[in-house]
Design a protein around this ligand. Structure first.
Ligand code: HEC
Ligand code: HEC
Length: 303
């Protein structure tokens, strides 16, 4: 190559570089938005991957719940400015509370339940960054990624998806978490899991009609947290004790099967037994009276 050709080539290259740089400057705001999107997509993917490998067995294939509570709940959603629901973005303080609740539960586990602790700081297997990836995935409801990665994972490891969710045999061998960060009370949990990010802040929740005092209603005696006791059972106990209370992971809860005094069962329901049977006064903030409604229901009402 002679010198003039080299110079021409150089000029050509400079010109191209100049063009590219100009395009880059013009495109800057767009590029930033795309980079942010790519970043949050990557984080959600890492969270979904961790979920697939560590959490599905108890919380369900796509967070729908199993022997452990559902995590695909709207209560855990944090909405941004331009959310697809067209509602207000989640207030900063509220978002922080939700994140902290999830982070602490995952990092520290739950005392007296089988929810394990995961943070390396307390002897678990995950860094705080990894716990945060999962929190990001849950609060941005990227269960689509969990499903996608889960399918790939099951194909790679040739796992039959039907066997992924815990079987009773596995459940029996689980043991309860004994230490956590002391961050958690039933009342805090109740406040968060009943949160509705779509509620109109101007409109207070369902108000009671005058003259509709709970004590006026005969079924008030059999209500547990605003639901009829049978309904509460179906939503909270049936997954382990069976739809007809016939027993599954947990024992049968029928009048024939329950021969101990009321106190014995009330204590089990309220405080659990350090096994996968949850402590309901702590988990859901059930009062003694509500626990008693459940005891009367399982001991005296035929399924
Ligand atoms: C061995 C079963 C098991 C595994 C595995 C498990 N969990 Fe849990 N998890 C539970 C149980 C049981 C609870 C309910 C604890 C209680 O009674 O308070 C729970 C509660 C939670 C909660 C609080 C939900 C609520 O409604 O209060 C979060 C968040 C959570 N788990 C996240 C995870 C994540 C993330 C993973 C994986 C890294 C995971 N869990 C793995 C059993 C499990
Ligand atoms: C995650 C699974 C799970 C859920 C959910 C669950 N239980 Fe249990 N439950 C068990 C297991 C397992 C046992 C046996 C515990 C043991 O002996 O260690 C048990 C034991 C009991 C017992 C004692 C039975 C006996 O014969 O000694 C009662 C009563 C009971 N559960 C009531 C309830 C009620 C009421 C609910 C819902 C509010 C509920 N359980 C939800 C797993 C569960």
């Amino acid at each position: 190559m002679n010198t003039s050709k080299q110079v021409n080539a150089m000029i050509g290259l400079l010109f191209l570089a100049f063009l590219a740089f100009g395009a880059y400057i013009i495109n800057e705001p767009n590029r930033q938005a795309t980079a942010e999107e790519a970043q949050s997509e990557m984080i959600a993917r890492r969270g979904a991957d961790l979920f697939v490998n560590n959490c599905r067995s108890c919380h369900g294939l796509v967070g729908e719940g199993g022997i452990a509570p559902a995590l695909d709940s709207a209560a855990f959603l944090i909405l941004g400015e331009d959310n697809p629901y067209g509602v207000d973005a989640t207030a900063e303080g509220e978002a922080r509370t939700v994140r902290e609740f999830l982070f602490n539960t995952i990092a520290c586990g739950r005392t007296n339940t089988v929810m394990p602790l995961w943070s390396e700081r307390y002897g678990g297997s995950m860094s705080e960054t990894q716990v945060n990836y999962i929190v990001d995935m849950i609060t941005s409801e990227r269960w689509d990624l969990v499903e996608e990665i889960g399918v790939e994972h099951d194909i790679e490891t040739s796992t039959d998806p039907a066997t992924v969710v815990l079987t009773p045999e596995d459940a029996g061998s689980l043991s309860a978490t004994t230490a956590n960060c002391g961050q958690y009370t039933g009342a805090v949990r109740q406040g968060i899991v009943s949160r509705d990010p779509f509620a109109d802040p101007g409109e207070p929740g369902a108000t009671q009609e005058p003259g509709e005092e709970p004590s006026d209603q005969p079924e008030a005696q059999t209500m547990v947290q605003g639901a009829l006791v049978g309904e509460f059972y179906a939503n909270n106990c049936a997954s382990c004790h069976g739809g007809q209370r016939q027993g599954a992971v947990g024992p049968a809860l029928t009048p024939q099967a329950l021969t101990e005094p009321d106190d014995f069962y009330a204590d089990t329901i309220a405080n659990g037994r350090g096994t996968i049977m949850p402590a309901w006064s702590q988990l859901a903030g059930l009062t003694d009276e509500e626990v008693d409604h459940l005891v009367q229901f399982i001991k005296h009402v035929e399924p």
